[in-house]
Design a protein around this ligand. Structure first.
Ligand code: ADP
Ligand code: ASP
Ligand code: MG
Length: 385
């Protein structure tokens, strides 16, 4: 069977006319003799509305019930797509994660797909049917509904492509592909024809929303090639693939940014072995992801200032956890929730000197003050201002 997995994001299924358009795209692949498995996100804005409902009930909503609420949007979009395909004369039905089932492991809201039962869907494909699967959701070993992180339908599509050994996995979205930076904010951004998993992972972890970071990890581990393209036109998209397949090696592949970070500085922390672990342990246990960490030794060498960044959403919880942490002593906590992070990404930076200088120079010319810097092999510099 020649299988293609087609994933449609929230904007692509954001209205009835767009859902009709999605059905046309699906049919065009059927006409090319592919067996098509569809993954859909919720209609744009729906998941946010559901999140808001839980917040109106409680700021501490029971995690298992939270996932059950926020996973609900996908049920509607999938059935609308299947219904439209039926209307066009095609055999199609929706599948929620529990009906497949798509098994996940890990914490609620951050689960990961570990297995997908292929039996019923394979039978349906053989009969000529078009299965439309709900993205973003799964069930765990206790038969409870789980979700796999915001934007998680990307990862659903990649795992479905892996388990069904699909020939192609196409992510349909509202831009023409992956760009050097967000094309909606920077009209000069250039579309990238091919990008390695490593570079895409850095770009998306650093803020490029076009692909969910976990989905790229899954694609890289399972060697699933991904085509990202627009559902609004027929222009060629971008290919995310292994390094070996990529012909052009730009020094800098792209610029990512995020505006929803917060910076916490603990001033005058007693400096002794294990202190950083004592600070971060409760954050880790509460699933708070610490991004950049910088530690300065004070001149007395007995105290240190420790600065780290987290997502704005985790700020209130992190502050509480730090203030009630009996294992650490510090003089003052300084919080800044108005920082941005900008990063440049590219494998060519490993062997090219001077990139750091060029970036700092560009910032200095615009009078931008750098607060925190960090680097990795292919992510040159990130900083807050
Ligand atoms: P979907 O609903 O289809 O999953 P998302 O909103 O999650 O779509 O992701 C697509 C959006 O990602 C685009 O509308 C664009 O504004 C944003 N984006 C951010 N960085 C990039 C980038 N480097 N290349 C392409 N799009 C980007
Ligand atoms: N509907 C989910 C979200 O908004 C999943 C997705 O869009 O991929 O996060
Ligand atoms: Mg998305």
């Amino acid at each position: 069977m020649k299988i293609v997995v087609l994933k449609f994001g929230g904007t692509s299924v954001g209205s009835i006319s767009r859902i009709k358009n999605v059905a046309r795209i699906i049919i065009s692949h059927i006409k090319k003799k592919y067996k098509v498995i569809v993954i859909s996100s919720a209609m744009s804005g729906e998941t946010n509305k559901l999140v808001k409902l839980t917040r109106q009930i409680s700021n501490n909503f029971t995690p298992s019930e939270y996932d059950s609420v926020v996973a609900a949007g996908e049920q509607i979009s999938c059935s609308l797509i299947a219904g439209r395909l039926n209307e066009e004369g095609y055999l199609s039905r929706s599948w929620l994660a529990w009906q497949v089932p798509i098994l996940t492991a890990g914490k609620y809201s951050y689960s990961r797909i570990v297995n997908i039962n292929k039996n019923n869907i394979t039978k349906y494909l053989k009969k000529g049917g078009i299965p439309v699967l709900a993205g973003f959701q799964g069930i765990n070993s206790e038969n409870r509904i789980t979700t796999i992180g915001r934007g998680g339908s990307d990862a659903s599509a990649i795992m479905v492509a892996k388990f069904f050994k699909a020939e192609k996995c196409i992510i349909y979205t509202d831009v023409d592909g992956v760009f050097s930076t967000d094309p909606k904010l920077a009209p000069k951004a250039k579309q990238i024809k091919q990008i390695s998993y490593e570079e895409m992972l850095e770009m998306s972890s650093l803020g490029a929303k076009v692909m969910q970071p976990h989905s790229i990890q899954d694609a890289r581990l399972n060697r699933v090639d991904i085509e990202v393209r627009s559902s609004f036109n027929n222009k060629p998209g971008s290919l995310i693939t292994k390094k070996k397949n990529i012909s052009t090696k730009n020094i800098i592949r792209g610029v990512s940014f995020s505006k929803n970070d917060s910076k916490i500085t603990l001033v005058g922390v007693k400096d002794r072995p294990g202190v950083a672990a004592a600070i971060f342990e409760p954050l880790y246990k509460n699933s708070i992801n610490v991004d950049m960490v910088v530690q300065n030794i004070s001149s007395s060498k007995k105290e240190t200032d420790l600065t780290f960044t987290i997502k704005n959403d985790d700020l209130i919880k992190s502050e509480k956890l730090i203030k009630k942490n009996k294992k650490i002593k510090f003089k003052k906590i300084i919080i800044d929730d108005k920082v941005s992070k900008v990063s440049i990404v590219g494998v060519g930076m490993i062997t090219t000197p001077g990139v750091t200088f060029r970036m700092f120079n560009a910032l200095a010319k615009r009078n931008i003050n750098i607060q925190v810097i960090s680097t990795s092999e292919i992510k040159n510099i990130s900083f807050d201002r």
